[in-house]
Design a protein around this ligand. Structure first.
Ligand SMILES: [Zn+2]
Length: 244
């Protein structure tokens, strides 16, 4: 499976054909054969919204976990809040994507991690004006994976349930560890937990190197546009074509 919208659509089609009900972290136990679709967002919100709309067109509802502590975007900005609202309007749920390395004092201390997750969930809830009841971990340590953390009022997608009772498949670093289509088509597992990162998916798939290069190269014009909104007569000081 490649990283184009077409291939993702083919995955959804295969799930439907093999009898998997697309469910979520609350409803999965009502189904004998089901799949949870999880998306982690840590680099770019625009690609998350593009993906959310693709899924809406497919009639799919899923969960988008958003990193609050990303250095690439500011979730409190009007632009980011509008994007998150649009993701919600597509019918999806938003959860918290949590990076424990942002808090070095909590390393190896699951109780402290739990309270930081609660704090960040409250902040994300303020942004969304909705309760945030799901969390996923960004590059979790072995200690956190082992801890099977219970967070009051929240479902931990890294809890033992979602690893022991589900077949977990992930496209981390833009690489499927196992052939996801083969596993779906085999029908071998009754419960699937599939993690995809919308950042990798495009109308036409690009290689890893090309995708990363494009993202970094687009940073300059994006920065210029933001500065233009905040600096009077920017083009007189720095023309946009100078930085392209
Ligand atoms: Zn992540």
């Amino acid at each position: 499976m490649d990283f184009s919208y077409k291939d993702y659509k083919a995955l959804i089609y295969a799930l439907n054909q093999t009898g998997y009900v697309i469910c979520d972290y609350d409803s999965w136990c009502n189904f004998d054969r089901c799949v949870i679709l999880r998306h982690d967002v840590d680099i770019n919100l625009d690609t998350a919204l593009d993906f959310a709309r693709i899924e809406e067109n497919l009639g799919v509802k899923s969960t988008y976990f958003i990193l609050l502590t990303s250095d690439f975007y500011n979730l409190f900005s009007a632009k980011s809040r509008a994007i998150l609202q649009s993701v919600l309007n597509c019918g999806h749920e938003i959860g918290l994507h949590f990076d424990e390395t942002q808090y070095p004092e909590t390393i190896g201390k699951p109780d402290m991690v739990t309270s930081k997750i609660t704090e960040e969930a409250a902040a994300l809830s303020t942004i969304l004006q909705l309760p945030v009841t799901k969390v996923s971990m960004h590059r979790p340590s072995k200690e956190i994976l082992k801890a099977d953390m219970k967070i009051p009022g929240m479902i931990n997608s890294y809890g033992k349930t979602f690893f022991n009772e589900f077949k977990y498949l992930s496209d981390s670093r833009r690489r499927w560890r196992e052939q996801v289509m083969d596993i779906v088509n085999s029908g071998e597992y009754d419960r699937l937990h599939i993690l995809t990162h919308p950042f990798w998916y495009l109308e036409a798939s690009k290689g890893l190197h090309e995708r990363l290069k494009e993202f970094v190269s687009n940073g300059n014009p994006e920065r210029w546009d933001i500065l233009d909104n905040n600096f009077t007569e920017l083009p007189k000081e720095l023309a946009k074509d100078e930085i392209l």
